[in-house]
Design a protein. Structure first.
Lengths: 184, 277
């Protein structure tokens, strides 16, 4: 059953064939000329809904890793438990790091409308995780680039001193954890 | 002898740069109140006729000038030093104290933690100006500044030449003329997706390849059942090789070699289809 999908700035509006109130979803998506809807919100995967081929495909964003497979696995698990995709059709795509599944067809319900809504739900569930990962990475970067005054010295030369930090001249640290001074 | 540590708050050029930095932040954040406060401080302490403005101008001469010969660089440095010595240092100190006080009270203390990219150069100049720096160090710092003044600015040789519409049109016409007879529509589409793949992290290319590989596999696989191939063991073996090559594409990243092979297989598939029909 055809649905009308309107994509605006960071929003996807889905309308059923019989009209009615459209569902507005907050997603970063793009629609290609052949009708494929590309959803970019997830940190690890790009999700593509292909009404022409009647399937959902998840491509690895950059690096193929356990995180990517985990995200793809969770996506199809979510869609499977919601009854959107056929479990028997979940398989690796023809491209490295991709996973795809066929969407069930239904004469009474808008299968694609439900698929988009459920993908949006999945992203909302995952958002907490990847927002946390982003914030953690930002915090680490910030810590390195803009350290607090306690953890840094001013730019420029640090004056030389004979003794600095824990390094003491003449003090020997050996493999057994014993430390002694050279006395001979 | 322990070297005296450089105090960045007493470096007028640093104060100026960090205020500019803070102003940029306020503008980006559309913080009208912040913009007004910073603007007031800038006007009050770095406006025309203020001794801090004169000092900042001297810093700018030393930081921004490049590409001088050694003689001119030395003259420039001496002249800057002469002008600097003629400034009222007590007045500079008092004005600095006032601006630091104002920045602390009106803005936040974090303003002094702003990242100033050319801070190291500013610190070098400040230490060179300071009469508390030992003579030996001052001479070394002067040498460093002279080196900077005579350093050549690197010209950007990688600048792209502008291409006008006529050149572009001619290029497209020539390209189409040369390849229109050779490339089939699927190959053109694949190349098109590959060329524009930089725009969306290659997603459209991946989508196209995912579908196209599926199509190619299907046709090659179907061709194994055709009488021509079934009867010829050599052809049958080679067709299976192509099929396993296509299967192998799912285990490797997309690269140029893969695209070249795919273009060739597209040609092969077109041939298989035309033979079948």
């Amino acid at each position: 059953m055809p649905v009308r999908v309107t994509i605006r700035d960071q929003q996807v509006e889905v309308e059923g064939a019989e009209g009615g109130k459209p569902v507005v979803l907050n997603m970063n998506a793009r629609k290609s000329l052949n009708g494929d809807i590309m959803i970019f919100d997830h940190n690890n995967i790009d999700i593509v809904l292909m009404p022409g081929a009647k399937k959902v495909v998840a491509f690895a964003k950059n690096l193929v890793s356990d995180e990517v497979y985990g995200a793809q696995n969770r996506l199809f698990d979510h869609l499977r438990t919601k009854g959107i995709v056929d479990t028997a059709t979940i398989r690796g795509g023809n491209i490295y790091g991709s996973l795809e599944a066929v969407i069930y067809e239904n004469d009474e319900l808008d299968a694609y409308k439900l698929a988009i809504i459920n993908i949006s739900d999945f992203i909302d569930e995952e958002r907490v995780n990847f927002d946390f990962t982003d914030a953690y990475a930002d915090m680490n970067k910030d810590n390195l680039l803009h350290p607090s005054s306690k953890e840094s010295t001013e730019l420029g030369e640090v004056p030389q001193e004979a003794e600095k930090g824990s390094l003491k001249p003449g003090y020997v640290r050996d493999v057994y954890g014993l430390s002694s001074l050279y006395s001979y | 002898m322990k070297r005296k540590r450089h105090n960045k708050k007493r470096n007028t050029a640093f104060l100026y740069e960090t205020l500019i930095n803070e102003m940029t932040k306020a503008v980006v954040a559309s913080d009208k109140d912040g913009i007004a406060k910073i603007s007031n401080i800038m006007k009050q302490y770095f406006g025309e006729g203020n001794v801090l403005k004169e000092e900042v101008d001297l810093y700018k001469v030393l930081v921004e000038t490049r590409g001088l010969d050694t003689g001119t660089a030395e003259k420039m440095l001496n002249e800057v030093k002469r002008v600097y010595l003629s400034l009222d240092h007590q007045d500079i100190f008092d004005q600095q104290s006032k601006v630091i006080n104002d920045m602390n009270k009106t803005l936040t203390k974090n303003v002094f933690s702003n990242f100033v990219p050319n801070y190291k150069n500013l610190a070098t100049i400040s230490q060179m100006f300071s009469d508390k720096t030992p003579v030996k160090d001052r001479v070394l710092l002067e040498k460093k500044i002279l080196d900077n003044l005579s350093k050549e600015t690197v010209a950007d040789s990688s600048k792209l030449q502008p291409i006008d519409n006529l050149v572009y049109k001619t290029f497209v016409e020539k390209f189409n003329k040369k390849y229109s007879g050779y490339l089939i529509s699927e190959q053109k589409e694949l190349l098109n997706k590959y060329i524009t793949s930089f725009m969306d992290n290659g997603l459209e290319l991946k989508i196209f390849m995912n579908e196209e590989l599926g199509r190619l596999k299907q046709i090659i696989s179907d061709s194994l059942d055709s009488d021509d191939i079934k009867s010829d063991s050599d052809m049958s073996g080679k067709t299976k090789n192509v099929l396993s090559l296509l299967e192998g594409f799912r285990e490797r990243q997309i690269d140029d070699q893969m695209l070249i092979k795919m273009l060739k297989i597209q040609d092969l598939v077109r041939e298989v289809q035309s033979d079948a029909s």
